[in-house]
Design a protein. Structure first.
Length: 306
């Protein structure tokens, strides 16, 4: 074998080795180093997701995206993302496949957040998906909302504030004119009132001192009166204690008298009623013949017809 053929064989072998090394490196980086299990997730937005997008499990590379297919669910457009992971890899049933990136300049990946379920998903099963938050889209929406607020809310508010400020300034000017006319008179009245209070202040202070002294005297008198009342109560209690038997006897006597009156009250009432009738009859006779008080003889009866 001549030298050129040897060189061609060497170059070919080197190129083949580089290609094989590159394929092995790519397979290692994507997690496709052996048999795999298929899974899929459904998203409303798959920005940045394409064939070869890396699939991570809690940040660890386990596979890659194989296909992105548009589908229709409940009348809305969705996107089914099929991906392959290392064969036998256990993914809990309540795991969540999020689309995102670790930084602003990092590549888009599908990161599976491990769930807490003991049961694992079977191959070809669906993993719950969550779309990535588009920071720029959110900022654009916020900018649009801020612009709308500035145009429809803040600008009319500023116009209203300006009109209110102008009206307030005009009102202040009017009030200033009125105060300029009445201010001097009010100041004079306040000055006169202050002078009057200054003149009467000593008398007011003296009256307050006298009132305080009188109140103190009244307090002492009340204290003495309270002490006297306490003594009277003590004496009364002592008298009641010493004459308890006599007081009890008086109460018993009163009770006996009351009982006696209760027993004879009917008789007394009858006698009073008879006396009242006799007095009524007596007064009637006197009215008819006052002479009874002198002679005691009733007048002769008149004969009918005479």
């Amino acid at each position: 074998m001549n030298t050129p053929k040897i060189n061609y064989v060497a170059v070919g072998a080197f190129v083949s080795a580089v290609v094989v090394g590159l394929v092995v490196a790519v397979a290692t980086l994507t997690g496709r180093t052996g048999a795999t299990d298929p899974y899929y997730a459904v998203y409303s937005n798959v920005t940045g997701v394409k064939f070869g997008t890396q699939v991570l499990y809690e940040g660890y590379p386990i596979g890659q995206v194989e296909e992105v297919t548009p589908v229709v669910e409940s009348g809305a457009m969705k996107f089914r993302v099929d991906f392959e992971v290392i064969e036998g890899w256990q993914i809990p049933e309540d795991s969540l496949a999020r689309i995102g990136s670790s930084g602003l300049l990092s590549a888009i990946t599908i990161n599976i957040d491990a769930g807490k379920s003991i049961a694992a998903l079977k191959p070809k099963a669906q993993v719950r998906g969550r779309e990535a938050a588009d920071l720029f889209a959110v900022m654009s929406d916020m900018a649009g909302e801020v612009t709308d607020i500035a145009e429809n809310d803040i600008r009319p508010l500023l116009a209203t504030i300006n009109r209110t400020a102008d009206s307030f300034a005009a009102t202040v000017d009017t009030v200033g004119i009125l105060l300029e006319e009445d201010g001097k008179r009010m100041v004079q009245q306040f000055a006169s009132l202050a002078d009057d209070l200054t003149e009467r202040a000593p008398q007011i202070v003296q009256n307050l001192d006298e009132g305080t002294a009188n109140f103190a005297t009244l307090s002492r008198d009340l204290s003495e009166t309270q002490a006297k009342l306490d003594k009277v109560l003590d004496v009364t209690n002592s008298m009641v204690g010493e004459n308890r038997a006599a007081i009890q006897q008086s109460i018993n006597d009163l009770q006996y008298v009351a009982d006696s009156l209760a027993r004879h009250v009917e008789t007394v009432n009858q006698n009073v009623e008879g006396t009242a009738r006799n007095m009524f009859e007596f007064s009637r006779e006197i009215r008819q013949n006052p002479g009874l008080l002198l002679s005691g003889t009733p007048p002769a009866e008149k004969t009918p017809g005479k």
